[in-house]
Design a protein around this ligand. Structure first.
Ligand code: NCD
Length: 303
């Protein structure tokens, strides 16, 4: 039985297979409509979510399965002090697979050690978010047709942004990828990730200037400043508007730049950018559903 806790739990070949399945689902949805008949997905969301939870639920429903779950720790027995291990042992009696989001880093991993069914990490604190990365990878594959030799700009809250951490780990495995890490000094990529990049000899540059970085980028991954992870409201207010992507800033960008954002957006991308053909963030949302369908099939070992 396999769980998905970290994106590197999947090999590059397995990611290729998931992408191939997702593309086949997009082309032939009817073929998949009953694949998970009588299977149940539980969504255990101890933290807010719109897209990720509904995307998992839509994915399971489109596979002919059904869904149970809760959103918000206050609605669950966690409010009574139950451990995540006990929660998943109980939920595993009702469901065939569990998607879990939790504010504590490592909680889905701990849960997977005691769970009778596969656990999917749907975001753990400021740590990882592997299924958002799968959505990002499917988007990059569909937009760019490749993962090699891309200059990947990541902009905003690179410290607390878990989608950034997982995407760096995923993209680090492809040849010729260079990262341009654009953030205020206070929100730089955590040191452990920088050390990994150094150790693997992966090229990266850290800068505070989106304008300077723009002309070189093939991908620009914008992120929200993660208010909920700040200890101090004044710091959040000072940093929240560090980067706002607008049409003026895109003037020096490549014609085939791919603009991404895991969403929700607060104001990092002005709405005028939404109509630019380079804006890919709503495509990411749709791709997220298809790749989660592929992942559910894989973890449930449904052929
Ligand atoms: C992200 C998350 O939850 O980490 N959202 C998502 O799942 N698409 C990004 C964010 O909240 O900023």
């Amino acid at each position: 039985m396999r769980s998905l806790i970290d994106i590197v739990d999947l090999t590059v070949e397995e990611i290729d297979e998931l992408i191939a399945t997702a593309n086949d689902i997009i082309a032939n949805p009817d073929k998949y409509a009953e694949k998970c008949h009588r299977k149940k997905l539980a969504t255990l969301f101890f933290e807010p979510s719109t897209r990720t939870r509904l995307s998992f639920e839509a994915a399971m429903l489109e596979l002919g399965g059904s869904v149970i779950g809760f959103s918000g720790a206050s609605n669950s027995s966690a409010a009574k002090g139950e451990s995540v291990s006990d929660t998943v042992r109980a939920v595993g009696c009702y469901a065939d697979i569990i998607a879990m989001r939790h504010p504590k880093e490592g909680a889905p991993m701990i849960a997977s050690m005691r769970s009778p069914v596969p656990i999917i990490n749907a975001g753990d604190g400021g740590h990882n978010h592997p299924t958002q990365t799968l959505a990002d990878l499917l988007t990059i594959q569909r937009e760019k047709g490749k993962f090699d030799n891309l200059v990947v700009g990541m902009c905003g809250d690179l410290k607390f942004g878990r989608t950034v951490h997982s995407l760096i780990h995923a993209m680090s495995r492809y040849k010729g990828v260079k990262f341009v890490l654009i953030s205020p000094d206070e929100l730089k990529v955590p040191e452990y990730i920088i050390q990994e990049l150094d150790k693997e000899g992966i090229p990266y540059e850290e800068t505070t200037s989106l304008e300077d970085a723009m002309p070189s980028l093939d991908i620009l991954y914008m992120t929200r400043v993660q208010q909920e992870r700040f200890f101090n409201e004044a710091d959040y207010i000072r940093l929240k508007d560090s980067y706002i992507l607008n049409m003026d800033k895109l003037e020096t960008a490549k014609k085939d730049l791919c603009i991404m954002h895991p969403l929700p957006r607060v104001n990092e991308i002005s709405v005028a950018v939404d109509d630019d053909p380079r804006a890919c963030y709503f495509k990411q949302v749709l791709n997220g559903k298809y790749i989660r369908m592929a992942l559910i099939l894989k973890l449930l070992e449904v052929a």
